[in-house]
Design a binder for this molecule. Structure first.
Ligand SMILES: [Zn+2]
Ligand SMILES: [Zn+2]
Length: 442
């Protein structure tokens, strides 16, 4: 099913244009492929799709992988695509790219900017934009898969290329796992992923340990007893109850979390009532939580539930509050020794100076970690620079410059071919390091 309200455009890049003759050395192959990869990137950028509805993108991916010689499985967890390529005995390396766009009106002015629209989850028409760079993720992984299929020297083992839907709503990785991923595909020894970010092109940033925050969002329904605004004594006012909940939630981080730990609790929505003289029956809150440590996460979530139930009881609410999860992103945690190996491999592509140490975890979230935790293998995830370095003159390249529009901005406009080239080389180098330590980078 597609929700697109724009005509489905044919992809101008034929699958065969993204396949290389067997035996093409990787370095030559990348130079040959780059024009077609650039064209594919612009096409994907012009035609984003909503989370879990990436049908056009998935069809392009599946056709391309088949033309390259990969064994392809489609419709894994709705629109996920999995390619498997075996080259003898050896480790199994999982490479993951996410495929979804965002309901966002693009304002980049790029000649290949998206003007597509779709029907959003609430039934209204929404604009579409690849505002998080997942078009780059797909393009770079399809470049790497082409090189691996053609050049089977210098590595042995198995590769799994995972094209995952629905990252933006934390649904896709879980959906692929729930669709029998562990039983249907080889068990990976390591999971690798990369994300374009507003760092200068030609740099990457990564860190061992916690790399991105866990995020939990839920809806809370509070129940009162409605009535006339002039007779509060005959009611139980859910707005006053909700106000106490919102205020008390501010003490979860300030009074229950140690100074050296970090957490964010945000009530982003508080809806109740329609008219000034009617006390409503119920109120609804939407809460978003960010944490960087599983124990802190557990404590914050438990505290929120305790506060909500306690305030409801204090108000004399006629019914227990209801909690409905909206989405949950796990922590993104990089394995220490796998990160060291990845860092060395990335140095072979980006140089000593180009590989930055990420000083702190990012407060953003990802569902990439679902693969590593459920398949019980180490993971490495790194940020991959995508903006013209001249924007960063006199800036600390490890910091995001405020003037450069970041991911999810309507003006997020990464470079094209230069970023693809680094993305392909980075993936290839890191994967090769797990297949054969000291393998020749391209
Ligand atoms: Zn995003
Ligand atoms: Zn993203």
């Amino acid at each position: 099913m597609t929700l697109s309200t724009s005509p489905v455009a044919a992809c101008p890049v034929a699958p065969g244009q993204l396949a290389l003759p067997a035996g093409t050395p990787a370095a030559d192959g990348l130079a040959q492929l780059l024009p077609a990869l650039g064209e594919l990137y612009r096409d994907l950028h012009a035609h984003p799709e909503l989370s879990m509805h990436e049908t056009r993108t998935a069809a392009i991916i599946a056709a391309t992988l088949r033309a390259q010689g990969w064994k392809v499985t489609e419709n894994v967890g709705t629109t996920g695509v999995v390619g498997v390529l075996s080259n003898g005995e050896g480790p199994t390396v999982l490479l993951r790219a996410d495929t979804d766009g965002l309901p966002l009106a693009e304002d980049t002015g790029l000649p290949y900017a998206s003007t597509d629209t779709a029907i959003g989850p609430d039934g209204t028409e929404v604009p579409l934009m690849h505002g998080c760079g997942h078009d780059h993720h797909v393009t770079a992984l399809l470049g790497a898969t082409a090189l691996y299929a053609a050049d089977r020297t210098g590595w042995t083992g198995t590769l799994i290329a995972v094209f995952q839907p629905g990252e933006e709503i934390a649904a896709g990785a879980r959906a692929m796992i729930d669709d029998g991923f562990a039983e249907r595909f080889p068990r990976p020894d390591v999971c690798l992923g990369q994300h374009v970010s507003p760092l200068p092109t030609g740099t990457v940033a990564l860190r061992p340990g916690t790399t991105m925050a866990a995020a939990d969002s839920f809806r809370i329904r509070l129940f009162g007893a409605g009535g006339h605004g002039s007779q509060p004594e005959l009611t139980i006012d859910p707005i006053v109850l909700g106000a106490h909940v919102v205020t008390r939630l501010q003490t979860v981080v300030s009074r229950e979390i140690a100074a050296q730990d970090a957490a964010v609790v945000t009530v982003g929505s508080f809806q109740a009532g329609h008219k000034e003289n009617i006390i409503p029956d119920s109120a609804e809150l939407k809460v978003n939580v960010r944490t960087f440590d599983p124990k802190v996460r557990e404590r914050v979530l438990a505290a929120i539930e305790r506060v909500v139930r306690g305030e409801a009881q204090a108000a004399g609410a006629p019914r227990e509050p209801e909690f409905e999860p909206l989405n949950a992103f796990p922590l993104t945690v990089n394995d220490d020794s796998a990160t060291e190996r990845a860092r060395d491999a990335l140095r072979s592509v980006y140089g000593e100076q180009g590989v930055q140490h990420m000083a702190r975890p990012l407060s953003g979230s990802e569902d990439f970690g679902v693969f590593g935790t459920t398949l019980d293998c180490p993971s490495v995830f790194w940020m991959w620079g995508s903006f013209d370095p001249k924007h960063y003159e006199d800036e600390d390249p490890s910091q995001t410059r405020p003037g450069i529009p970041g991911n999810h901005s309507p003006r997020f406009a990464p470079q094209a071919e230069q970023v693809i080239e680094y993305g392909v080389r980075g993936l290839r180098a890191v994967a090769a390091a797990f297949h054969e330590p000291g393998a020749r980078p391209i």
